[in-house]
Design a binder for this molecule. Structure first.
Ligand code: NDP
Length: 250
């Protein structure tokens, strides 16, 4: 039998109730890790996920938390230490879209996406970094997007936030490398989750035609790359952004 890649590690996953975050929580558990996962409002989805994690013999703790709220995000590090006594991996996954042409985009549309998708990464990482620095180990994985590298029209807020996450990842990777802390990002393309469910058939067909592998990806495929980055299999990799996009952004 293959050895678990993350046996007894402890992780934080922001936005764990649905989509990519949910797959990451399950993949962590299957590799032997326990985790705290956050959500914004879907408490009803949190409890069944805890049960699923428990069924494979690991622990998970749900935490309602708005990543855009700096003060609120400090709670997470207290909770993780209180519950599990340690922290090894931080996965900044929570994110939203509010796609519109710039002409139709309100200040609220801009701020909501920047505050959640970019400032949210700052807030949670800021809350956890002292623990990582003190213990001289840690692993941070940020979920960016192919739109942060090769943006599509109609989402200047999202493209700016996700490109910002890549810059954040590189700068922090240099800053904390001497402390044995790695920082990487993944940039998914079109992944089948609630976020892409809203696409009408016309757009879906157009995007499928742009993807060399000819299909949307799954949340599980993103989770597997995150597990690789979270594990010692990638111990010489830092400051990188891995595109998981069926070739869309090459
Ligand atoms: P979903 O919309 O399926 O899930 C989003 C998750 O984030 C939910 O758990 C939600 O909680 C949580 N969340 C949203 N806002 C906040 C907040 N302010 N504070 C805390 N938690 C929050 O998203 P996906 O799984 O599709 O996307 C996950 C990440 O991957 C995002 O960063 C997204 O930008 C990125 N991504 C997704 C792609 C895709 O095609 N799906 C492509 C490229 C990148 P709740 O359930 O309570 O609402």
């Amino acid at each position: 039998m293959r050895e678990n890649l993350l046996l007894n590690k402890v992780a934080i996953v922001t936005g764990g109730t649905r989509g990519i975050g949910r797959s990451i929580v399950m993949a962590l558990a299957k590799e032997g890790a326990d985790c705290i996962f956050t959500y914004l409002q879907n408490r009803d989805l949190a409890e069944p996920l805890v049960d699923e994690v428990n069924r494979i013999g690991r622990r998970a703790l749900p935490l309602q938390m708005d990543v855009a709220d700096f003060e609120n995000s400090k709670i997470i590090i207290e909770k993780v230490k209180e519950t599990f006594g340690r922290l090894d991996i931080l996965i900044n996954n929570a994110g939203i879209i509010r796609d519109k042409s710039l002409m139709m985009m309100s200040k609220d549309d801009w701020s909501a996406v920047i505050d959640t998708d970019l400032t949210g990464v700052f807030n949670t990482t800021r809350a956890c970094i002292i623990t990582f620095l003190k213990q001289k180990s840690g692993n941070i994985i940020n979920i960016s997007s192919v739109n942060g590298v090769h943006p599509l029209p109609g989402q200047v807020n999202y493209a700016a936030a996700k490109a910002g996450v890549i810059g954040f990842t590189k700068s922090l990777a240099r800053e904390v490398a001497p402390y044995n802390i790695r920082v990487n990002a993944v940039a998914p393309g079109f992944i089948e989750t609630d976020m892409t469910k809203e696409l009408d058939q016309g757009h879906r067909k157009k995007f499928l035609d742009m993807i060399p592998l000819g299909k949307f990806g799954t949340a599980e495929e993103v989770a597997q790359t995150v597990i690789f980055l979270a594990s010692d299999k990638s111990h010489y990799i830092t400051g990188q952004t891995i595109q998981i996009d069926g070739g869309l952004g090459m």
